[in-house]
Design a protein around this ligand. Structure first.
Ligand code: NDP
Ligand code: 8X3
Length: 252
């Protein structure tokens, strides 16, 4: 039976890098995001390099009906769903609560919390039917620490931390592993999105630091997948060497 991995938010950054690693490991893939052209380009490259099968699902995880419809169209010929990476997410804005944009708050909470639930509800049923699986939740250092101006993003990732613990309990009897990854700074499109396209401001985030890149997170996922069936890494904090936590970064 072929192994199938579902990666949400595969059009960029951490999700794209993980799709590449999983393709190299021989997984068939379902890759999802809103930007279809990006997914098409990635799929063409990975099919040509690794001879795997890929299904593109183009939907917004905030839209429950679209999410359910897309995930129920997964082609059975791709194999058994072994891996789900709940990665699609974002930060929008960096302000004190009294200055915050309610649109930004809706985007973060609807994507980072409700989107994860919509996807997991459907895919976990497939895993239960298949007799097991491995769910990777991309949380953040912001899931256990709260920094100034980031209350709502941090709240959404604290929710991811709670959901990861809840999934681990609810899926225990089904042999589904749940690993929460909590990265610090990873240079992706994350900061550009957070600052609504202000590239200078985004670049400043990584000034004087060698940040992580998407593939650093993907490599950790590969390691987790290499472990024997009876071993799971529950929580993993992954930081650039120059970053101690959400508050302390040593810039050179
Ligand atoms: P990117 O902006 O590079 O990638 C985000 C991905 O999420 C894109 O593929 C985007 O696709 C997808 N996405 C966003 N919103 C939606 C939506 N509503 N529906 C479907 N897909 C969506 O950022 P990262 O790779 O850095 O972010 C990935 C995850 O990592 C996020 O959950 C983020 O919070 C987390 N994280 C990032 C850190 C960092 O420093 N970069 C650190 C810690 C955690 P599209 O726009 O095409 O829909
Ligand atoms: C992204 C990292 O520190 O901006 O989750 O919250 S941080």
């Amino acid at each position: 039976m072929n192994k199938l991995a579902i990666v949400t938010g595969a059009s960029s950054g951490i999700g794209e890098a993980t799709a590449r690693r999983l393709a190299k490991l021989g997984y068939n893939l379902v890759i999802t995001a809103r930007r279809r052209e990006r997914l098409e380009k990635l799929a063409a490259e990975l099919i040509s390099n690794y001879g795997i099968k890929i299904q593109i699902l183009n939907f917004d995880v905030r839209d429950r009906e679209a999410t359910e419809q897309a995930l129920s169209s997964i082609d059975k010929n791709l194999g058994q769903v072994c891996v789900l990476m709940n990665n699609a997410g974002l930060a929008a804005g960096l302000e004190h609560i009294d200055q915050g944009s309610t649109d930004d708050w809706d985007r973060m909470i609807d994507t980072n919390v409700k989107g994860v639930l919509y996807v997991t509800r459907i895919v976990s049923k497939m895993m239960i039917e298949a007799g097991g699986g491995h769910i990777f939740n991309v949380g953040s250092i912001a899931g256990i620490q709260t920094y100034e101006n980031g209350a709502v993003y941090c709240a959404s990732k604290h929710a991811m931390h709670a959901l990861s613990q809840g999934m681990r309990i609810d899926f225990l009897k089904y042999g589904i592993k749940v690993t929460e990854l909590r990265p610090g700074m990873v240079e992706t499109e994350f900061s550009t999105v957070r600052f609504h396209g202000d590239q200078d401001r985004a670049d400043n985030v990584y000034k004087g630091v060698t940040p992580l890149v998407g593939d650093d997170i993907a490599a950790v996922i590969e390691y987790c997948l290499s472990l024997p069936a009876h071993v799971n890494l529950n929580d993993i904090e992954i930081m650039p060497t120059q970053q101690a936590n959400a508050y302390y970064t040593h810039r050179k």
